[in-house]
Design a protein around this ligand. Structure first.
Ligand code: ATP
Ligand code: MG
Ligand code: MG
Length: 370
């Protein structure tokens, strides 16, 4: 046992707390804000204070034996201070790279890992020139603090760049070339205190309005693509001197090859299938790596589809009655009281050969024939 400190109070923190409790560890969450619904009542203690609060920081490090993050948008100085006091995994430098698209892209380039061609944008003129140089079509993304497609827009030649840049309203951005992809995949990789690695089966991810809708595992891609994605994920974990679990998102593109989209220095939505379909869940793996235990096996028991219970499904007709009737399926809820828009309220894992059919049938039944 011991006490694990977690920076961030969302659903990833919640599921990490639940696994930690099952495995005999205490948890203290420092939410960084006044709201941390998912972890309240699940963590042993929740500190509802901003990350800038020096008193909260002193209190947090006093309570915990070691720390981790469930959310990457945390000031580097705070991560470094916690690291100096009790140790934080992954290390602050790895989080800093993954939390900022500009640093992330430069890191990928430096390691010779394929990523979308890009330009750093600070003015409307940069944007105008960049779009032309990148082939007339791209995605403009804020350098920091984006998620679920927030802080990004699609751009194409002929737009009014002064207006686009003024509306975008971030001081610094990355413009990426538009990648025409066949599908999106991701890989979870864990690296332990001793440098040993465990890589999971590849997930194929389907999005709805930039929000992950469902993941199919194993992904329906060539064995060669699977092997390449897993190799790249391991190369990244090694290159970052990573300790903990990490998600790596890819585009599978016929014209451009396999391209790394972004990394998440924490458990990832596309890794939720591991909770029911793998020998070691991504959250157990995170705990093992962070507290210094050896890693567990990433073995997949059977095909699985993870369906996100987004706000509209949550508000839909008879969700729980329909879920309860499913065979080979289980669900996990995040303890949120608002289901606005496509907010992530929970997820369901469907196991076995019929997983995709069953997941889509349930989704259609709940959302209706709209
Ligand atoms: P999250 O962190 O929740 O995964 P995000 O806000 O960090 O999302 P990205 O993963 O960068 O955003 O992009 C969201 C989605 O937009 C991608 O999954 C992909 O579908 C699409 N997209 C992003 N960049 C490109 C690109 N260069 N070419 C084509 N499509 C893209
Ligand atoms: Mg992201
Ligand atoms: Mg993404």
């Amino acid at each position: 046992g011991g006490t694990l400190g977690i920076l961030g109070g969302g659903q990833l923190g919640r599921m990490l707390c639940l696994e930690a409790r099952r495995l005999g560890y205490r948890t203290v969450v420092w939410s960084g804000s006044e709201v941390a619904e998912p972890t309240q009542g699940v963590a042993d203690e929740v500190i509802l204070k901003p990350f800038s609060d020096a008193e909260a920081q002193a209190y947090f490090v006093e309570q915990v034996d070691v720390a981790t993050v469930e959310f990457e948008n945390i000031d580097h100085d705070v991560l470094r201070a916690v690291d100096a006091a009790v140790g934080i995994h992954p290390r602050p430098e790895a989080v800093a790279i993954c939390q900022n698209r500009e640093r992330e892209k430069l890191f990928l380039q430096g390691k010779g890992i394929p990523c979308a061609p890009f330009r750093v944008i600070e003015t409307a003129a940069d944007l105008a020139a960049g779009v032309t140089e990148l082939g007339g079509k791209g995605v403009l993304k804020t350098a920091a603090f984006g998620y679920d497609g927030k802080g990004q827009i699609r751009v194409h030649e002929g737009m009014d760049w002064e207006m686009v840049w003024a509306d975008f309203d971030f001081p610094r951005a990355v413009l990426e070339k538009w990648i025409p992809f066949e599908c999106e995949i991701s890989v979870m990789v864990a690296r332990g205190a001793d440098g040993a690695m465990e890589v999971y089966d590849v997930a194929e991810n389907v999005h709805r309005e930039h929000v992950l809708d469902y993941s199919i595992v194993p992904a329906r891609v060539d064995a060669q693509v699977v092997a390449q994605a897993q190799e790249l994920a391991k190369k990244l974990a090694e290159g970052l001197e990573y300790r903990g679990i990490m998600g790596v998102e890819f585009f599978v593109s016929e014209s451009e090859g396999l391209i790394v989209n972004e990394m998440a220095p924490r458990p990832h939505n596309s890794g939720h299938h591991t909770m029911d379909a793998c020998e070691t869940s991504q959250f157990e793996q995170q705990l093992r790596a962070v507290v210094g235990l050896s890693l567990g096996s990433s073995r997949l028991f059977c095909p699985v589809v993870m369906l996100n219970l987004l706000g509209d499904m949550w508000r839909g007709e008879g969700l729980f009655e329909k879920l309860a009737l499913q065979e080979n399926a289980t669900w996990h809820l995040y303890g949120k009281t608002s289901s606005k828009g496509l907010r992530k309220c929970g997820h369901a894992n469907f196991l076995g050969e019929q997983a995709l059919e069953n997941a889509l049938a349930l989704k259609n039944a709940v959302l209706g024939e709209s």
